[in-house]
Design a protein around this ligand. Structure first.
Ligand code: UTP
Length: 297
């Protein structure tokens, strides 16, 4: 029987420069898709997968994130008084059980690997998940839940994988596939941001991981990798061929890169179209826009 995965690390210490000036004062993870901040989508996905402890790796200026998960007695009282019970209900998802959430500071932005390493003392000797809230995944079965199911069979380390066009491979960590078993592939190498034309496959790693504590020991020993940062990919790749070898998991669902403006806008449209209260008006508006655009050409 494998140890249950009950802890997740959310590295959110990055500066979010692609969204400046907005992210000068608002953490990227608090930016809103329809009516929920990015981080809420990640927390909901984690909860659905059975995660009980939520560890945020933060940095200066992320206070809004901590406040978001706090109780808001005055607001709740006002909503109750005015009979807005649906809004009170909507707030419930933001409440965290006391002690279930922890915040650790990454004092310098030394990369994703370093951010994960900062949480090592809260993980101990058990497998854990890492979730990047920038990657929002629309899926019938939440992505992390799919991965935890698959992990029960494989053990080791598991990374979420997605096919990408060859000309986009240099923006991702790319898997060198050993054996392709369908939804699961075993991995013989991982290359972070390969040069154009040098990607070993079209399978890219995206922001969901189930990791063995051995990755934390690897991070302990690491120096900087590509771009002068401590890369999580390099620390995971060190486990290839060991008892904690690495698997890629082709998840079922659509991933939006909400760390980029284009991805964020696409996610906004997709999530709004999935809502009964917004769909018809938005669709009509989009159709009008497309027609106007065609007419102008
Ligand atoms: P990104 O590469 O998207 O960086 O980090 P960023 O700072 O968030 O955004 P840009 O590129 O400046 O616009 C991927 C994830 O890793 C976290 C980020 O917070 C994000 O969730 N991260 C990155 C850290 O926690 N610490 C780091 O040192 C680097």
């Amino acid at each position: 029987m494998r140890k249950k995965v009950t802890k997740a690390i959310f590295p959110v210490a990055g500066m979010g420069t692609r969204f400046l000036p907005a992210t000068k004062s608002v953490p990227k993870e608090i930016m809103t898709l329809v009516d929920r901040p990015l981080v809420q989508y990640a927390i909901d996905e984690a909860r659905a997968a059975g995660i009980k402890e939520f560890i945020f790796v933060t940095s200066r200026g992320k206070g809004a994130l901590e406040d978001y998960f706090d109780h808001a007695p005055f607001l709740e009282q006002q909503l109750r008084k005015s009979g807005k019970l649906d809004l009170l209900e909507a707030l419930k998802a933001t409440n965290m059980e006391s002690g279930a959430i922890a915040y650790i500071r990454q004092h310098r932005a030394l990369g994703l690997g370093h951010a994960v390493w900062c949480a090592r003392r809260l993980i101990g000797n058990e497998p854990f998940a890492v979730m990047l809230p920038d990657d929002v995944i629309a899926a019938e079965t939440p992505c992390l839940e799919q991965m935890i199911d698959a992990y029960q069979e494989t053990g080791g380390n598991m990374v979420a994988a997605m096919e990408v066009p060859a000309d986009k491979a240099s923006s991702y960590g790319i898997l060198d596939v050993d054996e392709d078993m369908g939804s699961v592939v075993s991995v013989k190498g991982m290359v972070e941001k390969p040069e154009a034309g040098k990607a070993p496959s079209n399978l890219a790693v995206i922001g969901r991981y189930i990791l063995s504590p051995s990755v934390l020991s690897n991070l302990n020993k690491m120096k900087s990798g590509a771009g002068g940062e401590i890369q999580l990919t390099d620390a995971i790749a060190q486990d290839i061929g060991t008892e904690n070898t690495v698997y890629g998991y082709r998840f079922r669902g659509q991933r939006f890169d909400c760390g980029s403006k284009a991805g964020f806008l696409q996610a906004t449209v997709a999530f709004a179209l999935a809502r009964d209260d917004l769909r018809d008006d938005l669709l009509r508006y989009l159709q009008e826009m497309v027609q106007l655009d065609k007419a102008a050409q």
